[in-house]
Design a protein around this ligand. Sequence first.
Ligand code: KG4
Ligand code: ZN
Length: 333
Amino acid sequence: MLILGIETSCDETAAAVIKDGNKILSSVISSQVEIHHQFGGVVPELASRSHNEQIIPVVNKAIKKAKIKIDDINAVAATRGPGLIGSLLVGFSFAKAFSFAKNIPCAGVDHLCGHICSIFLEKNPPKFPFVSLLASGGHTNIYYVESPLKYTLIGRTRDDAAGEAYDKVSKMLGFGYPGGKIIDDLAKKGDPLKINFPKPYLDKELFDFSFSGLKTAVLRYIQTHKNEYKQEIVNIAASFQNSATDVLSYKIINAAIVKNTKNIVIVGGVAANEGLRKKVIEKAKKKKLNAYFPSYNLCGDNGAMIAAAGYYYIKEGRFIKPEDDVYSRIRTN
Ligand code: KG4
Ligand code: ZN
């Protein structure tokens, strides 16, 4: 079974060909970072227009790289939401037209389900049930996952997403978008205990997050140390990262304990964070839990994870209807 996966929910135009739900034959990602960098964040209209330019070349490249013919594709899967409406419409409408023209089924995949399913593309995927932390630019959620399409939201951010906090701190320090990798790299050179930023645990028994207070604390530090903060940039990055990753790792480890499962899975753009990976692995080991992370190229948005999730949609007969539309906000059903 060959599935073409398409992702256009935000600022990556991505397409991939996956065999039997877990073998990546090709994965092509065309990033729009160059376009949005100067604005310090994603400009929705520019994103949609760029997807429109890129979608056919990216799909063609994915088919070519997979060394298959267009007629070999058995099904198509595209992100249906959540995300930017104009961006989603490009990939979703493309997939609809593709399935119509080729008379093959089409799945409208939830982007968050796609991130969870990114772990099934790894060689040794976790056994069910597991708890999953999905940390990206738009979401910071904890799920209890019983099967690829059966997952329950047990925690979420009440304000900023973790990746969003990284992006905003990067902007405050004069670096661009996206900021996660920049802060992660700076943090490696700094002292994580130099500045005492708050650790927003909220209720330690609950799995909800809040990152806006931490972000504001960094802003206040910069404002009150106007003349000296430039010498402290690596320490600000390291101390911010220390607070954020302490909370993220604590909550997901605690979720595994409360939900009585041995397996934890970290997915989404922030799963690429070196500091977070290290901390989660260390804490999991102490509690005799198994920690799973996707490869770096599967953490950020990609078409392979959408095809991986699409495989299960198709197997369950969850095809889209011709009149189905995209959605912008998280769906919990
Ligand atoms: O999953 P993703 O590609 O897109 C969304 O669905 O949002 O995640 C993008 C987010 C951005 O906020 C980016 O700054 C963050 O992931 N990110 C990181 C790292 N790499 C990407 N955050 C922290 N550390 C990183 N190494
Ligand atoms: Zn994403």
